[in-house]
Design a protein around this ligand. Structure first.
Ligand SMILES: NC(=O)C1=CN([C@@H]2O[C@H](COP(=O)(O)OP(=O)(O)OC[C@H]3O[C@@H](n4cnc5c(N)ncnc54)[C@H](O)[C@@H]3O)[C@@H](O)[C@H]2O)C=CC1
Ligand SMILES: NCC(=O)COP(=O)(O)O
Length: 392
């Protein structure tokens, strides 16, 4: 959505809750900075869920920082704030840059409150500022991340973690779904099953169709092992079951284009080119089924890879089999602007792709681009799902 050209009727503006995240991290800072963008604030009705005192303390630190011009952040008095009373007395125990039991209890209560109010219909969607999983653990909450709490409270068993980013160079949209998320690397192989991958594919296809208007998506799927196993020489999962799973999916879903199993390293070459516009000379055009801009075929990039001219355009989405297989390339391309989007929930949830950044908390140097993108995408997705009226 281009917020500079779209205006919504006030009553129709999506109502978005922003949970403040870990108060020892950069959550409050990126919220105050993101909401200083008046066009963004005008596109939706934001309620910040947390403690006003944390926002006031953050505002004061930004005011004293030489990095931040006065108009680059908003005063908490200008925000609608839902005060989470149950943790208000813990504010004094927060130490900037160090997550602890108090900061974990606070960020957990913020998210719980935001979810409870969304489930009863007060908000269309939630944008979550980052939490520290270790601080949740210190506070006694044993969840791998915010996604699992959201799913549990929403009563869904099947959900997914999708990263979405629009290229500032070409306008192309990168979408990457993680088949597994916050588990140790040594558990990845045993966690992946044909059923799990089929469920992830179901969620991804539904999301591409309903939320992004891609009716017949082209989806690229990575193998697990180096070179997708090299016929079993470098790992057996591909030959033992991944290849046959994919073949079955192709037969069951004739309207989709399922590419794979792609070597997990080279799978990211085409999205990298689409992101940076390298070689194409013109902007990449993305659409249902992956249209390509005219002339792109004649302007193939100079590269050592022999890319087929009939198969050069990037996919509508990429399925990575584990966390770092997907997030290393996503963060290399788009760390400043990717959005973590939960799919499969009955409401919208987005989040910046970064974490609590304890190393820079309180310094005033945090970049709010990813938080802005998360608010913008949440607004756009609410409109997609609910068909709220756009008046210009
Ligand atoms: N959505 C969420 O709630 C997420 C939470 N986390 C949590 O955050 C904590 C720290 O995780 P890390 O892996 O260190 O990742 P991180 O994203 O917090 O930090 C990685 C590096 O990027 C920098 N950075 C992060 N965000 C930035 C921003 N907006 N502007 C400028 N620099 C920024 C940091 O200063 C640091 O050098 C962990 O507890 C993790 O669980 C991590 C990712 C997402
Ligand atoms: N690496 C992504 C991440 O940590 C976000 O997890 P979640 O808290 O949104 O579940």
């Amino acid at each position: 959505m281009d917020t500079s050209t779209t205006t919504y009727k006030t009553s129709d503006r999506p109502r978005i809750a922003i949970s403040m995240g870990d108060p020892a991290g950069i959550g409050a800072e990126v919220i105050l900075k993101a909401l200083a963008d008046q066009q963004l604030g005008a596109a939706c009705q934001v309620t910040v869920v947390g403690n006003k005192q944390v926002l006031l303390d953050t505002y004061e630190r930004l005011r004293q920082s030489s990095y931040c011009p006065l108009n680059s952040y908003i005063h908490p008095d200008e925000l609608e704030i839902l005060e989470v009373e149950v943790v208000r007395e813990m504010v004094g125990a927060v130490k900037q840059g160090t997550g602890n039991a108090a900061s974990g209890a606070m960020s957990f209560a913020y998210l719980e409150t935001a979810i409870a109010r969304t489930v009863v219909g007060d908000f269309h969607g939630i944008v979550t500022a980052p939490i520290a999983k270790s601080a949740w653990k210190a506070a006694g909450y044993d969840y791998p991340g915010q996604t699992e709490l959201l799913a549990e409270k929403a009563g869904v068993e099947r959900f997914g973690m999708l990263f979405v980013a629009r290229s500032p160079h070409t306008g192309w949209t990168l979408r990457a779904l993680l088949a597994t998320t916050h588990i140790p690397l040594r558990q990845v192989s045993e966690t992946l099953t044909p059923q799990l991958l089929t469920h992830k594919l179901d969620l991804l296809v539904k999301c591409l169709q309903q939320d992004f208007g891609v009716e017949q998506p082209r989806i690229a799927i990575a193998g697990l092992n180096p070179h997708s196993g090299e016929q079993g020489q470098l790992g057996r999962e591909e030959v033992d079951w991944l290849n046959s799973w994919l073949e079955t999916e192709r037969q069951n879903r004739p309207n989709l284009q399922l590419e794979g199993l792609l070597p997990p390293d080279t799978m990211w070459v085409k999205p990298g080119m689409a992101w940076y516009g390298k070689g194409a000379g013109t902007s990449w055009e993305q659409g249902a089924g992956g249209k390509r801009s005219r002339g792109a075929e004649e302007q193939l990039p100079t590269t050592n890879y022999q890319l087929s001219t009939t198969n050069y355009h990037p996919a509508d989405a990429y399925l990575a089999l584990y966390h770092d297989q997907g997030l290393i390339p996503v963060k290399l391309m788009a760390f400043d602007r990717a959005v973590n989007t939960s799919i499969g929930l009955p409401f919208i949830r987005t989040s910046p792709d970064h974490g609590t950044a304890f190393d820079i908390a309180g310094k005033g140097i945090a970049d709010s681009t990813s938080m802005k993108a998360a608010i913008q995408l949440a607004t756009e997705l609410v409109h997609h799902r609910s068909q709220l009226t756009v008046i210009s």
